[in-house]
Design a protein around this ligand. Structure first.
Ligand code: PRX
Length: 647
């Protein structure tokens, strides 16, 4: 049985950095006096030239501008590495746990420094300069982290592309960012299989509109044979062999870009969310320390991929800025068996574990046995991220992984927020399974109705944030207008998250999921528009509409309605071909779960597809379709209901 309140255990309270009294006082201070609050906390970083200005932000229509610490100079890689060398050069920085459980080794902060410096010098040798964009398409290996840190060191802007994306998606991102160099590896390993990273890059670079890349820097990982074009390809080990392990970090302005990360929206192509240096790093490091209650002897493990924002803020930047020891996991929670997470916790004596509900639900489906063989008694704090965690999964995580003694921090945030926004603090917040609870310092969440009125009390609404925080994205790369349009036009003077939420009588927030056309499939964010445009690019498809539906393990599944071009008869073979097409065009994570062929889609008289109806049918809730009188041809709906695939 899931209880509905878990008070902070005394043992956790005794050790915690932040008590409830601290939380309340600090929160109050953070929103009442943001300048002095963040001036104080900005000092957690080492600045080459200290800032004198703190907050300079504006959410007003057509004037959106976000700047923090704008006259300060610093270097992110220096903060994540060099400053730890004085006292902690030999402290373990990264513990690599390979896809195969037989492979693991550790490196110290000094070794990280030397590796990063060599790669940074290598990038310089390839002509990369401050401000240039560098695409990174890497496996979850230490080289991926070194590559990102090396970019930060020389002031290059990395644009990491998740290793699960297909050549087309890689090419789109290169074209948009005009990256000069792409960093990749021969292959990635995942769950006992390999992914042909270099071959995917070759295919992306062959696309005619990809013209900005001068070099492809290739790391050896699996040692597989790959095509190699000496005109553009460079082996990382050869390039760096004779280069010095010293590279002066570039002095960056706090508002110089640190990275671009593409994410899906409700319309059009993925957007290059841009984060800058000073505010982002302050926020990533402060949230990591307080939310996971980090002490110097912790062994921290965030089981995310560096291809997503979680990997940026809570692997590459936050924990390293804090001088943590952390596990870097190449594999998946179910390989070679479902006991893997617990086995890794025991093997490396992990104290803090941060993972996603979809992983928890996948393990839960295998029963409790895999967790009878490991102890996990070193764990103190556990986190959840990426999607709403249902109380059953919360409870299973709490009891079976955390032995009923570790607080779970359910952290709500987004690529655009840079760091965690709504979350419990382990020593301060009584927990309710399924609730992200209360805002982090400086974050002012509110609920709004469709007309823009702010709602009071215990109620449901659209989640908005009233004022800026240091980790906030500054723009969409190359398209500030789209940035304003996407986040600041629905509600004037507020940041609109795209999520719905409920606030309960204790002021706790419960995230209910996206209110726009963005799907969350296994914690991966996908735009329905992107999947639709991949579908209609198939020669047999005339029209496509994509919606999400509730899925036990993935959270949301992908339900696709497609109309074939005239004369084409849809059969099983074509269905299979379409499924493979989307995998290839976009990514295996976008693979449709259900493909529903139809001769028509429900449209208004002006030709707009009524997605509300398609969502209901996909969710098997067609009894409650609501008003269909505005449809051009209501008979289409009966036909869709009759042939619905999710029953
Ligand atoms: O819908 C929310 C969901 O994930 C979206 C952000 O996705 P992305 O930018 O890919 O970042 C994921 C990792 C931070 C949000 O708009 N989401 C994220 N965390 C939670 C969540 N939904 C509910 N509870 C969460 N803890």
């Amino acid at each position: 049985m899931t209880k509905n309140l878990y008070p902070v255990p005394q043992a956790v309270k005794d050790r915690a950095l932040i008590s409830n009294e601290d939380y309340l006082a600090m929160y109050q201070e953070s929103v009442a006096n943001p300048d002095s609050f963040w001036a104080e906390h900005g000092k957690r970083l080492d600045w080459i030239k200290p800032f004198t200005q703190v907050k300079n932000t504006c959410f007003e229509p057509n004037k959106v501008s976000i700047k923090w610490f704008e006259d300060g100079l610093l270097n992110a890689s220096y903060n994540c590495i060099d400053r730890h060398l004085k006292d902690n050069a030999n402290k373990t920085a990264l513990i690599f746990e390979g896809d195969s459980p037989e492979v693991s080794y550790s490196v110290t902060y000094q070794q990280v420094h030397d590796n990063v410096a060599k790669i940074a010098n290598g990038l310089k040798k390839l002509g990369v300069e401050k401000g240039d964009r560098v695409a990174v398409y890497m496996p979850m290996t230490l080289d991926a982290i070194y590559a990102m840190q090396a970019c930060a060191r020389i002031g290059a802007v990395h644009s990491v592309i998740f290793g699960g994306f297909s050549p087309n998606a890689i090419a789109d991102r290169i074209v948009d960012s005009q990256a000069k160099v792409i960093i990749t590896a021969d292959e990635a390993r995942r769950g006992g299989r390999t992914v042909p990273l270099k071959a995917n890059v070759d295919e992306a670079l062959a696309r005619k509109d990809v013209t900005s890349i001068t070099h492809c820097l290739v790391f050896k990982n699996t040692q597989a044979d790959v095509d190699f074009d000496p005109a553009i390809d460079v082996w990382a080990h050869e390039l760096t062999a004779d280069l010095p392990a010293v590279c002066e970090p570039e002095a960056m302005n706090a508002e110089d870009p640190l990275f671009i990360l593409y994410t899906s929206g409700s319309t059009g192509k993925p957007k290059g969310v841009m984060h800058t240096t000073g505010g982002y790093l302050t926020y990533a490091s402060m949230t990591q320390e307080f939310i996971f209650d980090i002490h110097p002897d912790d062994i921290y493990w965030c089981a995310a991929d560096v291809g997503w924002i979680t990997g940026h803020s809570y692997i590459v930047y936050g924990p390293m800025a804090n001088g943590c020891t952390q596990v870097i996991f190449e594999g998946v929670p179910t390989y070679p068996s479902s006991s893997r997470i617990g086995d890794v916790v025991d093997k490396h004596q992990v104290t803090v574990l941060y993972t996603a509900p979809t992983a928890i639900r996948a393990l839960m489906a295998k029963g409790d046995e895999p967790y009878a063989t490991n102890k996990r008694d070193t764990l103190r704090v556990m986190g959840s991220v990426g999607e709403p965690i249902n109380p059953e999964a919360w409870n299973w995580y709490y009891e079976n992984i955390g032995n009923s003694q570790c607080p779970i921090v359910d952290t709500w945030w987004q690529t655009e927020t840079g760091g965690i926004m709504i979350t419990p603090l382990p020593g301060a917040t009584d927990l309710k399974p399924g609730s992200a609870t209360r805002p982090f310092f400086g974050v002012q969440p509110a609920l709004a109705d469709a007309d823009g009125n702010l709602l009071e009390g215990a109620i449901d609404g659209n989640l908005v944030i009233l004022d800026s925080w240091p980790g906030q994205a500054r723009t969409i790369y190359g398209d500030h207008e789209r940035f304003e349009q996407t986040y600041f036009s629905t509600y004037a003077n507020r940041y609109f998250t795209g999520d719905g939420a409920r606030r309960d009588e204790d002021g706790y927030f419960w995230i209910t999921g996206r209110v726009d056309d963005v799907l969350n499939v296994s914690g991966h964010r996908l735009g329905t528009a992107e999947i639709e445009s991949a579908l209609v690019a198939h020669e047999s498809i005339a029209e496509a509409a994509v919606v999400g539906y509730p899925h036990d393990i993935k959270g949301q599944g992908i339900y696709v309605y497609v109309t074939p071009v005239e004369g084409i008869e849809a059969d099983e073979e074509l269905t299979k071909a379409v499924r493979n097409w989307v995998r290839k065009e976009l990514s295996p994570i976008a693979t449709p779960d259900l493909i529903h062929w139809t001769t028509g889609l429900p449209k208004t008289r002006s030709g707009k597809i009524m997605r509300r109806i398609l969502r209901k049918i996909a969710a098997n809730e067609h009894q409650a379709l609501g008003d269909t009188s505005t449809l051009a041809d209501p008979s289409v709906v009966d036909d869709l209901i009759e042939n619905r695939l999710n029953r």
